[in-house]
Design a protein around this ligand. Structure first.
Ligand code: SF4
Ligand code: SF4
Length: 429
């Protein structure tokens, strides 16, 4: 049962954030969910109207509130286009926390957020075991895209096409790293993120190759935990706080100049969400988050803006490659030019822009799990834009977007491979 005092204080805090909305509707045109459903309740303005009456709505129809609030990718397109500067992500995340506090969590959510994710060693072991036995229920879907499907589990995961769990995840090859700075004189803390570690270890390897090439030292503590966003997006503030606390303790064990990740979602969470939601943490952790904030960077931005590597001019005549702007990279962090520069530096490729490159791919983490049909409708538009660009390879800077693009391309039987920007850049070295 929710603590009533806690709930009231959370509702007051939310009220303070809502007053900035002028109901102008500018958020409507950019909302990918509204673009697929044309329902006012799916756009920010509609959700804010719901939240203004949250206390009454919660008592009357908590399930309805939950359904409406969760029909959102947390992509940040609305916030990036709001002329009144409403802190929409802050509002949505706090509203989900209120809902979570009021409703509580089911057994599966508790087992994942408060059990498995809190113990990275156990999480790794479970998925390592899963990778050994996945052959029993997973079959190949597309060799070009590199996807599989699991028809036996359609009732749980839908008919999605996904990359298999890696046979050798990054943590198996590198349990931890403590490499001193080389010729660059810099050392990074490397936060690969769960999806990179367990599904795309080649992306982590590519980053390590780039660090070695440019003489960058690497600190990667053993058993870094999840960045916390899946728990927070599901409204479990308690589990989220514990994950942040665990990661801060691990990161405090090393010295580094920058903290970099190859995952747009992890970068945005560490850099923007950790400070935003730090109010429930002790003072020493809030200070640690503030100190870290200025060091956190997307890995492509680190290579281009900090290392200032000399890159060849864009080439023509190679395989055509296009780029999808992850919402968290472009809208939250302003990273857009850097990945394009790295892609253009590989002479095996000719860079081509796709239409609506910065339109959300429809993944949204837990959104795709809860609203797969809607996620596919939004993803199909991304797939159509990729195909129309004429590219043979689609690149992104976020493993979650890569998974969504792979799913869409694989379902459409497209001969288009999906790569991370760092893989393409590492190939050129
Ligand atoms: S764009 Fe901003 S101010 Fe306008 S309706 Fe949306 S949230 Fe409110
Ligand atoms: S965060 Fe994205 S999906 Fe959610 S309301 Fe804003 S634009 Fe729409």
């Amino acid at each position: 049962m929710a603590d009533v005092k806690q709930l009231v204080s959370m509702l007051q805090e939310l009220d303070d954030n809502l007053v900035g909305c002028m109901r102008c509707g500018m958020c409507q045109a950019v909302c990918p969910v509204y673009g697929a459903t044309f329902q006012e309740g799916d756009v920010t303005r509609g959700k804010i109207a719901l939240l203004e009456n949250l206390a009454a709505e919660l008592v009357e129809n908590p399930q309805g509130v939950s359904e409406k609030l969760n029909r959102c990718l947390l992509c940040g397109s609305c916030q990036a286009n709001c002329p009144s500067g409403v802190k929409i992500m802050d509002i949505f995340l706090r509203a989900r926390a209120i809902l979570g506090t009021y409703q509580g969590f089911n057994l599966v959510e508790r087992a994942i957020f408060r059990g498995v994710l809190q113990q990275p060693g156990l999480f790794n072991s479970l998925l390592d075991m899963g990778s050994k036995f996945q052959g029993l229920f997973v079959k190949d879907a597309s060799n070009v895209v590199g996807t599989s499907c699991a028809p036996l589990f359609n009732s749980i995961i839908g008919d999605r096409h996904f990359p298999k769990l890696a046979k050798a995840p990054l943590h198996q090859k590198y349990a931890s790293l403590d490499i001193p700075a080389g010729k660059s004189g810099l050392r990074v803390a490397f936060f690969p993120g769960c999806v990179t570690d367990k599904m795309f270890p080649n992306v982590g390897e590519a980053c390590l190759k780039v660090f070695q090439h440019h003489g960058v030292g690497v600190f990667m503590p053993k058993n870094l935990a999840c960045c916390g966003i899946p728990a927070l997006a599901s409204g479990d503030r308690t589990a989220y706080d514990k994950l942040v606390t665990a990661n801060l303790a691990k990161l405090a064990q090393g010295n580094f100049d920058y903290l970099v990740t190859p995952c747009g979602t992890c970068t945005a969470t560490l850099k923007e969400i950790w400070p935003l939601m730090a109010d429930s943490l002790p003072a020493d952790q809030r200070e640690a988050i503030n100190r870290l904030h200025h060091k956190i960077m997307d890995v492509t931005a680190f290579v281009v803006d900090v290392l200032k590597v000399t890159l060849p001019e864009a080439q023509t005549g190679g395989k055509k490659i296009t780029y999808h702007d992850s919402c968290h990279l472009k809208k939250s962090l302003g990273v857009a030019a850097q990945p394009r520069k790295l892609l253009q530096s590989n002479s095996n490729y000719e860079f081509v822009e796709m239409a609506e490159a910065d339109r959300c791919c429809g993944s949204g983490g837990s959104f795709t799990l809860k609203h797969y049909d809607l996620s596919k409708t939004i993803g199909q538009r991304k797939r159509d834009n990729i195909v129309q660009s004429g590219a043979q390879v689609a690149a992104a800077g976020c493993p979650a977007c890569m998974m969504q693009m792979m799913d869409m391309l694989s379902h459409n039987h497209d001969n288009i491979a999906v790569k991370h920007v760092m893989e393409v850049y590492a190939e050129s070295l």
